[in-house]
Design a protein around this ligand. Structure first.
Ligand code: DGL
Length: 272
């Protein structure tokens, strides 16, 4: 048993998709979340910059004495070197592995769409694992650089015309290719689920990386005997951001719904 918090990070709001699921399935766990809102988006940056930012995010979480780190960010998961992750003082997971395994389980026709940030799509992270796990898979991929700014600006509802146009522009080719499974390869994208589902149709399985990785994390914590004491009261959540607290709090609370609340503080992430 281990009552230290779980550390989760992303460039902004996207990682909350993981936090929401962790709160739901691991109610006794404390969570420390870092959203790098002052430096979002990561996905349009070079691998060197993404690695530098990710390292500072990880150093910050380690300073909070976390027991496990989840990079709830497709871009970091696709870029941060695995050998570096393996040498961290606590276990680390990105989102690519669990997401691809969920897509493997979901696809029937072996036509899978992959969307993500420019850095993620360039890295080929999801496709190379998909090819290993799903022989003969046909992959249709597309970078969607406008999605993260739309989410960070709260333009996620069905009534947002700009978002509807962006969804149609990016996903038209993938829909026409007849995929039965779509990997939402950036943790921000599940916040656009309503719009994406309306465009792709109800029969296409949408894979949410934050959600499936949180589920896998529960199993990993169990296997490593790192779960919090079940007799402990309800777990807490603390949120840290690198830009203003106000902008983050309103959107975060809205998204976390019944799991909203917890202190939000600003940190000088460049000093970590
Ligand atoms: N939510 C992130 C991801 O999963 C980062 C998006 C960004 O900052 O560009 O890729």
């Amino acid at each position: 048993m281990d009552n230290r918090p779980i550390g989760v990070f992303d460039s902004g709001l996207g990682g909350l998709t993981g936090v929401r699921q962790l709160r739901k399935i691991l109610p006794h766990e404390d969570i420390v979340y870092f959203g790098d809102t002052g430096r979002v988006p990561y996905g349009s940056r070079s691998p060197e910059t993404i690695i530098q930012y990710a390292q500072q995010d990880i150093n910050f979480l380690l300073s909070k004495n976390v027991k496990f780190i989840m990079a709830a960010c497709g871009t970091v998961s696709s870029t941060y070197p695995l050998d570096r992750a393996a040498n961290l003082p606590v276990p680390y997971t990105g989102v690519v592995g669990s997401t691809v395994r969920a897509a493997e389980a979901a696809t029937r026709n072996r036509k899978v769409g992959v969307i993500g940030t420019a850095a993620t799509i360039r890295s080929g992270s999801y496709d190379s694992l998909l090819r290993q796990l799903v022989p003969g898979v046909e992959i249709h991929k597309q970078a969607c650089p406008l999605f993260v700014p739309l989410v960070e600006n709260g333009m996620v509802g069905m009534d947002e015309e700009i978002t509807r146009l962006a969804v149609a522009k990016y996903l038209g080719g993938i829909r026409d290719a007849g995929v039965d499974t779509l990997i939402l390869g950036c943790t921000h994208y599940p916040l656009l689920t309503e719009q994406i589902r309306a465009f792709m149709g109800p029969e296409v399985a949408l894979i949410d990386p934050g959600k499936v990785t949180a589920i896998a994390m529960k199993e990993a914590l169990q296997a490593l005997e790192l779960l919090a004491d079940p007799a402990k009261e309800q777990g807490s959540a603390e949120f840290y951001v690198s830009d203003t607290v106000e902008a983050f709090s309103a959107s975060a609370d809205l998204f976390l719904g019944q799991y909203a609340g917890g202190k939000v503080e600003r940190v000088a992430i460049e000093t970590y």
